[in-house]
Design a binder for this molecule. Structure first.
Ligand code: 26Q
Length: 689
């Protein structure tokens, strides 16, 4: 086999949450590159950083959105969405290099869009440079719409069509670029996989598979089965969620209307897959579960699993759930594809860059080698003497004071830097259970007032989260938290003890200030639903106790840093499976007076939702079956344990050095969660670069 070029890896992602990529003189007030909504997009950015620093050839491909994720303001406690015009701050986009010479056409049935690349260099500290390429759609007003917004509202057909166009647009531009470049350099179609491998970040770029087959058969004369085989040696798929509503399915009718050739290629792949299933002795229900096309819809995850050489989850538990539940039929017939790649974060951004004080302290204790090789941070464990722990507490105090000053300036809210900082920052979603934290705070508030909670160390609960614009319960939760902030902050009995702050416009730059300042990291998802979490890792690395459920990477965090140095509570994924059929939140409400009291704030008139009906809606979500089961995310089930755990860590905090030791052990054991480790694993096991 001819193999002149080393194999290079490409990361196709609909999101890249870069943040402030380049903090260089003169550009300090550059806006965040918020071309993403959360963990999946930030993971892509961390991977690029790690690959560049490890000298691995990993390039990114995505969309150059005109507007990033909306900017969030909070008015009267309600989220308001404002456009994020990231390119226009401080003189446009100084880092993207427009590549006229590399532009290409992407054809839809009704029009053709021009895909113009903007290249961003991703440079490691060693000078190794990879390229992140964002495609911008041009050529007509309808073409330009394609790269206007991240996640346009897809509740109606017009929005769905736009989403399909976006996904196909960047996938097809990238696949076309790679194949054409390969042939131009004298490569043969048959040795394409020896020179390229592609990681599909969730299902959003999965049209790339169909486009690859389409292009090879239609343009390069490859026979269909060979094209499928080449695709199967090239592409790999990462799953980031088991939530049914996020597993993409596209209406075949819509696909046919705007991408007729892709429609027929995907149908052909489905027929080809079904033949293979039959050869493997797979029948009936198993075929239905794995099928790509059932007559009405295309199931993108099934397409990705059938073609992908590798299928991975992003934390151990998540991968186990994929194998046992979500994709169990595929696991039965294709067990070798499945593997786990526990997520990671780049310590360069999430420690060195965002926490200079802690980094300098680590240098003093163990030397500076950890900056290049994060595994060396483990040596910190030998520095748990009282003097060292006092220094660590002083650093934490400093980061808390800095955050408090910033919050005062940005939000106008006062936080005592000597209080315990509980922080929960992440996308607002019911499964992430911000609502439970809010109810828990109300239970603590009541407990302080009625005297049942004594010796409570003053605490601040800090939240940051964006809610998808059309997600009513998420927006209601933001208002609820803000009302609780008002209630506990204006009550003379509690205001010195309890403080609640919801920070506006949580983004990467805010995260860089929040992660170093937490004492306690809230990771309280309903077990089994948070694929991994990566915020949990950032808090750990900056020295915080995880107050969390046995979910996602929390499980691996406590396995490494010890349950005794963190605080785990609530139902596990197996508990939830056991109770889910018979779970009755109304029974919990009837039987537990404290919970009943906390929940009553939704309806007792002490909190005001401004006549929106939001709080009634939240109450309904707990007590009535709607589009979901009553309390679908087991908030009331876990709430008593959450309150108890939150009070337990509050008590632990009183033992200053004991608490500092927990922080230290967490930091010392965080190296495993470096994306350097994760990217090395992808490179060795999947990409073979
Ligand atoms: C799907 C269909 C229609 C519209 C939008 C979507 C959609 C958009 C974004 C589905 C999912 C996302 C984002 C998912 C995400 O960020 N997942 C997170 O990925 C992290 C990195 O692996 C994990 O750590 C988190 O646990 C997971 O929630």
């Amino acid at each position: 086999m001819e193999n002149k070029k080393k194999r290079e890896a490409y990361y196709f992602s609909i999101e890249f949450l870069i943040g402030r990529l380049f903090k260089v003189n003169g550009y300090e007030d550059l806006e965040d590159g918020a071309l993403g909504s959360g963990g999946l997009g930030r993971l892509a950015a961390c991977f690029l950083d790690s690959a560049a620093n490890l000298g691995l050839l990993l390039h990114g491909r995505g969309i150059r959105y005109k507007y990033g994720l909306f900017k969030q303001a909070v008015k009267d406690g309600f989220q308001v969405e404002l456009p994020d015009i990231w390119q226009d701050k401080s003189g446009g986009d100084p880092w993207g290099a427009r590549r006229e010479d590399e532009k290409r056409e992407v054809k839809f049935a009704d029009f053709t869009a021009t895909a113009v690349p903007y290249d961003y260099p991703i440079i490691g500290e060693n000078g190794h440079a990879n390229v992140l390429r964002f495609w911008q759609a041009e050529g007509s007003a309808e073409a330009e719409k394609i790269s206007e917004y991240l996640y346009p509202d897809d509740s109606a057909d017009a929005g769905k069509i736009l989403r399909i166009r976006q996904e196909y647009f960047f996938s097809a531009a990238s696949v076309g670029e790679l194949i054409e470049g390969h042939i131009k350099r004298g490569g043969k179609t048959t040795d394409f996989p020896a020179a390229h491998t592609v990681q599909l970040n969730d299902t959003h770029p999965v049209f790339a598979l169909a486009e690859f087959v389409r292009l090879l058969t239609a343009r390069y004369g490859v026979v269909f089965a060979d094209a499928v085989n080449l695709a199967r040696q090239t592409f790999n798929y990462t799953n980031h969620t088991i939530m049914a509503e996020a597993l993409e399915r596209w209406d075949a009718k819509l696909v046919k209307r705007i991408l007729p050739e892709i429609h027929s290629v995907m149908k052909k792949i489905d027929a080809y897959a079904k033949k293979e299933f039959r050869r493997k002795g797979c029948l009936g229900g198993d075929v239905k579960a794995m099928e790509i096309y059932g007559g009405k819809q295309f199931r993108m995850a099934n397409l990705a699993v059938f073609i992908g050489a590798s299928v991975n989850g992003v934390a151990k538990l998540h991968t186990e759930i994929l194998k046992a539940e979500t994709l169990k039929e595929a696991y039965k017939y294709y067990p070798d594809k499945f593997n786990n790649k526990t997520n990671g974060i780049t310590h360069r951004r999430w420690l060195t860059h965002c926490n200079g004080e802690l980094s300098a302290w680590i240098d003093k204790k163990v030397g500076t080698a950890w900056r290049g090789d994060i595994t060396q941070i483990k040596a910190l464990e030998e520095h748990a003497d009282a003097a060292a722990l006092e220094q660590l507490l002083a650093v934490k105090r400093q980061k808390k004071a800095q955050l408090a000053a910033y919050i005062k300036e940005k939000e106008g809210a006062e936080i005592n830097p000597d209080s315990v900082f509980y922080i929960q920052v992440k996308r607002l979603h019911e499964y992430k259970c911000q609502f439970m934290a809010a109810l828990g705070i109300l239970a603590i508030y009541d407990g302080i007032k009625d005297g049942s909670i004594r010796d409570f160390t003053p605490s601040a609960f800090i939240f940051g989260a964006k809610a998808v614009a059309g997600y009513k319960r998420a927006k209601a939760t933001i208002k609820f938290i803000n009302e609780i902030a008002r209630l506990v902050g204006s009550d003379p009995q509690t205001k010195g003890l309890l403080r609640v702050v919801f920070v506006q416009n949580y983004n990467v730059s805010y995260a860089e200030r929040l992660m170093p300042a937490a004492d306690i990291s809230l990771q309280i998802s309903a077990a089994g639903l948070e694929a991994s979490g990566t915020g949990n890792m950032k808090f750990m690395l900056n020295g915080a106790v995880t107050l969390g459920t046995m979910d996602g990477a929390n499980i691996e965090i406590v396995a490494l840093a010890g349950k005794e140095n963190n605080c785990i509570f609530g139902a596990g994924a197996d508990d939830i499976r056991r109770i889910e059929k018979t779970y009755d939140p109304n029974k919990i409400l009837r039987d537990d007076a404290r919970i009943q009291k906390a929940v009553s704030y939704l309806t007792n008139g002490k909190l005001d939702d401004g006549g929106t009906g939001y709080f009634k809606e939240l109450h309904t979500s707990l007590t009535e079956k709607t589009y979901n089961a009553a309390d679908r995310y087991f908030v009331l089930y876990d709430l008593p344990a959450f309150v108890e755990a939150a009070l337990k860590v509050n008590g632990d905090y009183k033992d200053r050095l004991g608490f500092a030791r927990k922080l230290l052990v967490n930091i010392a054991n965080a190296a495993y969660f470096s994306s350097d480790r994760t990217v090395r694993e992808y490179a060795a096991d999947i990409w073979r670069i």
